[in-house]
Design a binder for this molecule. Structure first.
Ligand SMILES: [Cu+2]
Length: 510
């Protein structure tokens, strides 16, 4: 029998697993399910390069209701490791892509033009988006001359019906009504079979929604409100991204056997820079933490964290945390108060789930004294509390390695299938169970965590979420509110290797 080991020595043999797996070494919390891919390039020393702040996307046009943007997905060369050039696939040729700053109630239309050699699908993660613009994995923008029939190939037992595929020639508009409150969203690639390698190459960015309720609070703003997209990557001897794909043209899907459980990089990037340093004033800062890693979980600690928001928006009240665990796809909105530190102090945000170099993340250097205009009020925004009795239905979704495939309820992804049909404007109790670490993401609908393996939710589980970290043998109950739009959406594991290897399912809001 093949043996599965998670964490430190992640070895996963899928061939011949025949649905039977032995799990060992799961007693200690770890970086998730995956295997470290070592860099061949010399790894740079930490805390030498400044934290990049992604540029804010500019509108190309505005009218009474709508802000219009244009984004080009293209190949670019950027300096990530000091002194070498890395080829990336980026929105506007940058990694991360530009930060969008949207407003509740103002519609956003993003025209995406694909100049990459492969199809793409762009998902606004956390967006309350009509199904046509949700970035379905089979709803693709294909580059000029791309042979679309090659997209219908099937692997890992996934069932692909050619009728489910949609192809847009080179460009398309994504329409985001922004009927949602202030929140930290992000956008990333969601192409069927290839989300993992395409996000790894750089297709990800922050999308921040603001509203009047948030403005009234007096939270840190302007250059003291900073997205931090954290991800791990590996590099080859030439400084190019290294990834264990079977086909570097990304025509045929899959990764080499030993990485089917997930890919961990050994270089931690924040906003695309390795272990950067940020000079701060001795005031409060607001950081939008986004875990853009394929598989790696982090437990962030080392600086005083006050959580003010979760995936779907601000909390009812701030929560003081000693450490914060963030799984792939999750976001946490936090305030760090540097006022207690004299100028010259250095504080390091570390990762308690890492080892060696992956224990470090980002350094703050208190560089100047300033008067702080910001506050963190004891009460933030009203958040209705869902209760168990609000649920009109209960469903269970089991995330599991079965028959050598990553499955949900025993089934690999079926483009035509649907596992649930919740009614619009109702609440359901969904119970997620798992064998390994699976960060579960539900499109469109937001939820509240009700329990974790029979216990109360954790301190950082509060508020509206769209992604929740399920631990090995964990049972997480969430109350999901189906609001916004009818139509077909999906849920999936946000370990991107699991996602690409069939751990997705459709559901229909009716
Ligand atoms: Cu998973």
């Amino acid at each position: 029998m093949d043996q599965l080991v998670i964490g430190r020595r992640a070895v996963l043999g899928l061939v011949g697993a025949a649905g039977v797996a032995t799990l060992t070494g799961c007693a200690v919390d770890g970086p998730g399910t995956g295997q470290v891919l070592a860099s061949a390039a010399p790894i740079p020393p930490p805390f030498k390069v400044p934290l990049p702040i992604p540029r804010v996307a500019k509108t190309v046009r505005r009218d009474d209701t709508t802000d219009y943007y244009e984004v080009v997905q293209k190949v670019a060369k950027v300096e990530i490791l000091p002194g070498s050039r890395t080829t990336i696939w980026g929105y506007d040729g940058t990694f991360p892509g530009p930060t969008f700053r949207a407003r509740t109630g103002r519609r956003v239309v993003v025209t995406v033009r694909n100049e990459l050699p492969v199809p793409t699908s762009t998902h606004l993660h956390g967006g309350v988006t009509p199904p046509e613009s949700d970035g379905f994995p089979t709803d693709l923008v294909v580059p000029a001359g791309y042979p679309v029939h090659t997209a219908h190939t099937s692997h890992n037992g996934m069932r692909m019906n050619p009728a489910d595929w949609k192809f847009h020639d080179r460009t398309r508009d994504y329409e985001y009504p922004m009927v949602q409150q202030a929140a930290t969203l992000w956008y990333h690639d969601h192409r069927m079979d290839f989300s993992a390698p395409q996000v790894w190459r750089g297709l990800a960015g922050a999308f921040l929604v603001g509203d009047n309720d948030e403005d009234r609070l007096g939270l840190p703003r302007g250059d003291k409100d900073i997205p931090l997209l954290i991800c791990d990557r590996s590099f080859d001897a030439h400084g190019e991204f290294r990834y264990p794909e079977l086909d570097s043209t990304l025509t045929n899907p899959g990764v080499t056997q030993e990485f089917m459980s997930g890919v961990f990089g050994d270089v931690i990037l924040v906003n695309g820079a390795p272990w950067p340093v940020l000079d701060v004033a001795n005031t409060r800062y607001r950081f939008r933490l986004i875990n853009g890693s394929n598989a790696r979980r982090y437990q962030l600690t080392g600086v005083p964290l006050v959580q003010i928001g979760s995936d779907g928006g601000l909390l009812a009240a701030p929560v003081r945390l000693d450490a914060l665990t963030i799984a792939p796809g999750e976001r946490y909105d936090v305030v760090v108060d540097f006022s207690g530190y004299p100028v010259g102090t250095e504080l390091t945000l570390t990762n308690a789930l890492g080892e060696g170099r992956t224990r470090d993340v980002l350094r703050f250097r208190v560089a100047r004294a300033e008067k702080d205009e910001s506050v963190v009020p004891a009460s933030l925004v009203p958040v209705p509390v869902l209760r168990r009795e609000d649920a009109v239905a209960t469903r269970q979704f089991d995330f599991r390695l079965q028959g050598g495939k990553w499955t949900i309820n025993g089934q690999p992804y079926d483009t035509s299938g649907s596992l649930a049909a919740p009614k619009l404007d109702t609440v359901e109790l969904w119970r997620f169970t798992s064998d390994f670490h699976h960060p579960v993401h539900v499109h469109l609908a937001q939820f509240q965590v009700l329990s974790r393996t029979g216990r109360d939710p954790e301190d950082s589980d509060g508020g509206w979420k769209d992604t929740v970290d399920i631990r090995p043998y964990g049972v997480v109950e969430v109350l999901v509110r189906f609001a916004g739009y009818k139509g077909r959406y999906m849920m999936h594991c946000h370990n991107l290797e699991h996602e690409d290897m069939a751990m997705m399912a459709n559901f229909d809001i009716v």
